[in-house]
Write a protein that binds this ligand. Structure first.
Ligand code: HPA
Length: 275
């Protein structure tokens, strides 16, 4: 039987009856250490949350962590639900909407991606300014609940201009180089062929990955503001002599996460100030 949002929320509220985060942060492969920075953490395994399936990819811890970053209340989702693992769009909707229902109005989405620009290398960070959805579905397919959001949601400015400018400002202040570009989302789990990468480049995409987009569509539908940062873990298939592997993704994700943590800290501080 389908799990209701009420069941999901009451399971979370048992752990944290009054915690109201200002922002949610979804942490992808190799980026889980962001959650380790939280003070006064309350940790809930996804298994304890009805409606949330357990992720199984190495590097994904599958924990919801509520706590304070720069004295600002946030909720981190350490490990995400991937469609390629068999996660349903219903479970991904619950995953994102529970963040909104906790009280967060901003969603920071992170992930790993392959770069399709030679000058944007492993260990660097790209801020997403737009996306191309090449996953075979849309997470909003099915009956629409108008109390959550409109049937036809606009994805113009999906990666909020104001938040993007804030992130750029923060990165500049910290002297951390940051790229901006278009993220193309694929189902996976196989990596791309060199011919596919050539095709995606010609379509105007700058980075390729297997996540982010379903979450962003769901977040925009329920009215959250979104900012997206990806750790470049490799040059896309066919662009380098180095083979693209999941292990490499984790290694370079970890490297990029050191800078990512600094940017997220600075950005969350701005959220705390009301920017
Ligand atoms: N392709 C798809 N997803 C990825 C890649 C890639 O090259 N690197 C990290 N995630």
């Amino acid at each position: 039987m389908a799990v209701t949002m009420q069941e999901t929320m009451s399971a979370i509220r048992k752990y944290a009856p009054n915690f109201v985060p200002k922002a949610g942060i979804i942490l992808g492969s190799g980026l889980g250490s962001v959650a380790d920075q939280l003070t006064n953490p309350i940790t809930i395994p996804y298994q304890a949350i009805p409606g949330i399936n357990t992720g199984s990819v190495a590097g994904h811890a599958s924990l919801l962590v509520m706590g304070y970053l720069q004295d600002v209340p946030v909720v981190c989702l350490k490990g995400r639900l991937h469609v390629y693992e068999g996660a349903s769009y219903e479970s991904i909707r619950t995953f994102v909407r529970m963040v909104k229902n906790l009280g967060a109005s901003t969603l920071i989405v992170t992930g790993a991606a392959g770069s399709m620009r030679a000058e944007m290398g492993p260990g660097e960070i790209m801020m997403i300014n737009d996306h191309i959805n090449f996953q075979p579905g849309n997470p909003l397919v099915g009956p629409n609940d108008e109390s959550i959001g409109p049937r036809f949601v606009s994805l113009e400015n999906a990666y909020d201009d104001e938040l993007r400018n804030k992130v750029l400002e923060v990165a500049k202040k910290l002297s951390i180089p940051i790229h901006e570009g278009v993220y193309l989302s694929l189902l996976g789990p196989s990596f791309e062929t060199p011919a596919e990468i050539r095709a995606y480049r010609s379509l105007g995409a700058d980075a390729v990955g297997m996540s982010v987009v379903p979450e962003v569509i769901i977040a925009r539908h329920c009215g959250m503001k979104v900012t997206g940062l990806v750790a470049i873990t490799n040059l896309a298939v066919g662009m380098s002599s180095e083979k693209v592997t999941h292990e490499g993704t984790l290694r370079y994700g970890e490297q990029a996460s050191r800078n990512m943590i600094k940017i997220i800290n600075g950005f969350v501080k701005e959220i705390g100030r009301g920017y």
